[in-house]
Design a protein around this ligand. Structure first.
Ligand SMILES: Nc1ncnc2c1ncn2[C@@H]1O[C@H](COP(=O)(O)OP(=O)(O)O)[C@@H](O)[C@H]1O
Ligand SMILES: CC(=O)OP(=O)(O)O
Ligand SMILES: [Mg+2]
Length: 423
């Protein structure tokens, strides 16, 4: 593959590592993309695609089982693939062609924009690691490896929290001592911001409105799940908070609970967890709520596709309880954000692994919020699985309120921003 200036994008999600390689050109042509999913599950699967310069598919691997039980081995696999011979060709001429390495860093404090990573930014991000215990350290490990091995690349951190810096004080302030909040920079930050930025620009294009006129309720439902009210193109409110734990339940996360619950769960909840102290610095309470709760603790699996099949196909009562619980929690945010947007949302948007692939979940959520006027075309909802389009409408033809699926792409969002912001 002959290319001289490339953008490498890396995204360490809680259950996945995704990567993509683009040309450093205004239209950011995609050269390679891949994901290793299932890092919190028993088995991991690789998806991988490479493209010719005219955009047709060169190589395609779908759901191939692979043994990469942690983020580090998944990242190493991708770097090895990038730097090796495939048949009679190398994937790229030289790793020195990578001009910018983009890193999705979930917690960026109050930084409103991406930052080029030097030693001082690196240190700043280390300090924030405890506030995104399933994410930041893993992203930083990848940053450190890129800084050590990709000598000619500029490493840039893109923050999930940046998109939500438009949220106003009555929403981001906690009802606790203001002094304490100031001293420790405690506030609602919100996450999945790269995904919401991508969802906002693609929804605006699809709906034919200017980005600054966009009013939608967006749902990023993956291993971590959140909702966002987007008003006039900006984040007005979002369900995650100081950390990605607040709000909706996830694969291994409880989401919002009565904060007192943890005192009744375990008598030693505030101690440091010995089992995790090497990899992550967590108390027992944080470990339980971040890593031992959610779908895993209720049903034994982190795979929401399997939960849906067991709930609706096999009549498994516990899985049905988990499914109904998720529908209830998601619908409550749709109601709240309908009010936040003063009834002015023009679309409900589903994204993330569950939002994009869970047809049954989408149907159940839309049924639950039908009183607001949202409606689903069942055929379109089922057929959406076969579509490669970035945005798929699943509401009936001509519906006033649209229901959309956006195949979100945090990697593409970072590459776009490199060009837009001249990084
Ligand atoms: N067919 C499906 N129906 C519902 N959920 C699914 C389906 N396929 C995958 N998922 C779920 O998508 C989630 C992963 O979402 P994703 O956004 O890719 O992850 P991450 O949060 O790691 O970025 C997993 O919980 C997985 O179970
Ligand atoms: C912020 C967050 O929870 O991200 P992910 O869904 O990728 O784990
Ligand atoms: Mg994700």
């Amino acid at each position: 593959m002959a290319a001289s200036k490339l953008i490498l994008c890396l995204n360490a999600g809680s259950s996945s590592v995704k990567f993509a390689l683009f040309k450093y050109e205004p239209s950011t042509p995609l050269l390679l993309e891949g994901a290793i999913n299932g890092i919190t599950a028993d088995k991991q699967f690789l998806d991988f695609k490479s493209y010719t310069p005219d955009g047709s598919t060169l190589e395609s691997i779908k759901k191939q089982e692979i043994e990469t039980p942690d983020h580090e081995s998944a990242f190493k696999y991708f770097m090895h693939r990038l730097d090796s011979q495939q048949g009679d060709k190398r994937m790229l001429d030289s790793l020195a062609d990578i001009y910018v390495a983009c890193h999705r860093v979930v917690h960026g404090g109050a930084n409103p924009r991406p930052l080029v990573i030097d030693d001082s930014v690196d240190h700043e991000l280390e300090m924030l690691s405890d506030l995104a215990p399933l994410h930041n350290q893993r992203a930083l490990d990848i940053v450190h490896s890129c800084r050590a091995h990709l000598k000619s690349a500029k490493n840039v951190a893109f923050f999930d929290s940046s998109f939500h810096m438009s949220i106003l004080p009555p929403i981001y302030t906690f009802p606790i001592s203001l002094d304490v909040q100031k001293r420790h920079q405690l506030r609602k930050y919100g996450f999945h911001g790269l995904s919401y930025a991508f969802i906002a620009s693609e929804s605006a294009k699809f709906l034919g409105v200017d980005g600054s006129d966009l009013n939608v309720i967006a749902l990023h439902l993956g291993s971590g799940a959140s909702a966002c009210a987007i008003g006039s193109g900006k984040s007005v409110n979002t369900s995650m908070g100081l950390t990605p734990l607040e709000g909706l339940p996830g694969a291994t996360r409880s989401g919002s609970i009565d904060p007192s619950l943890i005192f009744h769960y375990h008598s030693n909840s505030s101690r440091m967890s010995a089992s995790l102290s090497k990899e992550l610095k967590l108390t027992v309470a944080e470990e339980i709520l971040n890593k031992e709760s959610g779908w895993k603790s209720l049903t034994g699996t982190t795979d929401f596709g399997e939960i849906t099949e067991r709930a609706l196909g096999q009549g498994d009562e516990v899985c049905k309880l988990a499914f109904d619980m998720f529908v209830n929690r998601v619908a409550m945010y749709v109601g709240q954000y309908w009010v936040a947007l003063k009834g002015g949302a023009s679309a409900l948007v589903f994204a993330g692994g569950i939002g994009e692939r869970g047809a049954e979940l989408r149907k159940a959520v839309v049924d639950e919020v039908a009183c607001l006027g949202f409606e689903l075309d069942e055929e379109r909802n089922k057929a959406a699985a076969g579509s490669d389009a970035v945005v798929v409408e699943i509401s009936p033809e001509g519906a006033r309120l649209k229901v959309l699926i956006v195949h979100t792409d945090e990697q593409k969002e970072m590459a776009k921003e490199v060009l837009d912001q001249d990084l």
